[in-house]
Design a protein around this ligand. Structure first.
Ligand SMILES: [Fe+2]
Ligand SMILES: [Fe+2]
Ligand SMILES: [Fe+2]
Length: 280
């Protein structure tokens, strides 16, 4: 394993992780609108970068880092936030430029150059958003609400963020192709849950807190699946209880829908575990 290249790619990956969360915080806080949609599209490109970097790291015999790099979440106006996003892109550009020079492997070099060209384009997009936010008077739509509902929503957000990281990690580390595909798929589904809960929070006058707890980092596929089933069982029960607790019928439906997805995940993971145990 080339430990130097793995360490350097993990730095890049941590930067992508930070950019994803920083941009999502901004997009959710702005509510539905053209600019928020464009920021979410940029975020999806950062997710692809993260995915490519993680696969490259595993290809070199390493393990992808789950540490998040530094975010810039300050700023008093949407225009300030967009300025922070420009700075985030500039950091990424400088990092990739340095790493392209430091790496000899032509495949890795090519990948980093591919990502670098996206980051340059993102920098231009965010520069444009600095003025656009001013002109359009874009606002922070988050509010100070704090009650049982915002507690439930932030609990859900924390859970969803944790399992996104957990399932991505499992998908990168497993040698079972079926498990890999399913983990990737369900990580995207959990990402959706994270977005729904965050948007619901902003609509309801609260502020999403996008933090996570410690994801399971098992290396053996059967251990991964056991950890995944365990967490799904816990949260399906939590979502079920929360859905019964809330008064707002829209929120009740949302929590019920997420619960149904989690129940589906339990079944899918159980099937995979049975197969994995038979083959072992
Ligand atoms: Fe970027
Ligand atoms: Fe979920
Ligand atoms: Fe789930």
């Amino acid at each position: 394993m080339n430990e130097n290249i793995v360490a350097l790619l993990n730095k890049d990956l941590e930067g992508e992780h930070a950019a994803i969360i920083q941009y999502l915080v901004h997009a959710y806080a702005m509510g539905e609108g053209e600019m928020a949609c464009e920021i979410e599209a940029i975020t999806r490109e950062e997710m692809r970068h993260l995915d490519w970097l993680a696969e490259a790291i595993v290809g070199l015999g390493g393990a992808p880092s789950l540490t998040r790099g530094d975010m810039r979440t300050g700023g008093d106006s949407v225009s300030d936030w967009m300025g922070n996003d420009v700075l985030q892109e500039e950091d990424a550009i400088a990092l990739y430029e340095g790493h392209i020079k430091a790496v000899d492997d032509p495949k890795i070099k090519r990948l980093l150059e591919r990502i670098l060209s996206d980051e340059r384009s993102h920098r231009g997009d965010f520069q444009h958003f600095v003025d656009k936010a001013k002109k359009e008077g874009a606002k922070d739509l988050r509010g100070p609400r704090q009650d049982n509902v915002t507690k439930i929503l932030n609990w859900g957000i924390e859970h969803e963020y944790t399992v996104v990281l957990q399932y991505l990690f499992h998908s990168y580390m497993t040698t079972n192709e079926d498990v890999k595909r399913e983990m990737e798929d369900q990580a995207i589904n959990e990402m959706q849950h994270l977005g729904w809960l965050s948007e619901e929070m902003v609509d309801g006058g609260g502020t999403p807190r996008i933090e996570h707890t410690e994801p399971d980092q098992s290396i053996k596929t059967a251990d991964m699946l056991r950890a995944d089933i365990k967490i799904e069982k816990q949260v399906a029960a939590e979502y079920d209880r929360a859905a019964k607790e809330v008064d707002d019928p829209g929120l009740e439906r949302l929590l019920g829908r997420i619960r149904d997805h989690e129940l589906y995940h339990i079944d899918v993971f159980n099937d995979l575990l049975k197969k994995e145990e038979q083959e072992a």
